[in-house]
Design a protein around this ligand. Sequence first.
Ligand code: NAP
Length: 252
Amino acid sequence: MKTKILILGGTTESRQLASALDERFGDNAQIISSLAGRTKNAAPIAGEVRVGGFGGEEGLASYLKSENINLVIDATHPFAEQISNNAAVAANKIGVPRVLLQRPSWQLPENCDALFVPDMAEAANIVARTARKVFLTIGVNELSAFEGTPKVHFVVRMIEKLRIQPGLNDFEIIYARPPFELADEKKLMRDHDIDALVTKASGGAATFAKIEAATSIGARIILIRRPPPPDGDIVSNIDDAIKWIEKSINQF
Ligand code: NAP
């Protein structure tokens, strides 16, 4: 019988994993990638794709049971805290092995002016006190934390077209999709005279250039700390995820 593997996705790594599993296990496994459905033009993914929430941890547990899922790989974004916690609880409840594939944190350049903060509210406080021109690369959901910040011009970078304009006092929006190159990031920050970058401490190679660029122009980097991962197995790359799957299959 085929091993049914659910990948909780929405990241570059989750797409790479789907391709790697397709190649490694071929017809011996059924690979299902799950997306929240936030992105309109999601990149192609190997194997099957399902879209939309499960209905909390209960809904996910029901899905795992009714679809006879054998293994869960949580390859969601490090800041997708809710779905990761739901996956941990649901898989544990149903007795399905689960692993978190979490990309390594960035190794910050030694000479950077970096400040870690717990949340966007604290980032907004620091920005209000210390910055004039701020590059915001935080996604759409938490822009409101910066509303009402006086005397700051925000350069907001988005991947998806915004449906509603942000309520920031003074801003412009740039649309672009990673990966980003160092030379382009430097030019963008220089052209906009950026003195602070606000970003989640997401990790990943595709967006690291902004950290290097901010360092090279002397801009402060305000990083939102990652939420803690749920208890359980963690791997940090695709090879180790495959090894975890092989080990789990051998234990069936
Ligand atoms: P979240 O806050 O952790 O999850 C909120 C709800 O969205 C979950 O409870 C679940 O709904 C649904 N959901 C999230 N990921 C899902 C998935 N892969 N498949 C099916 N349902 C999912 O998630 P988020 O931070 O909004 O992120 C949503 C998606 O965008 C994730 O897939 C994540 O990998 C990706 N992403 C997030 C960020 C970020 O900064 N947060 C950045 C890049 C990509 P139900 O409770 O109804 O199941």
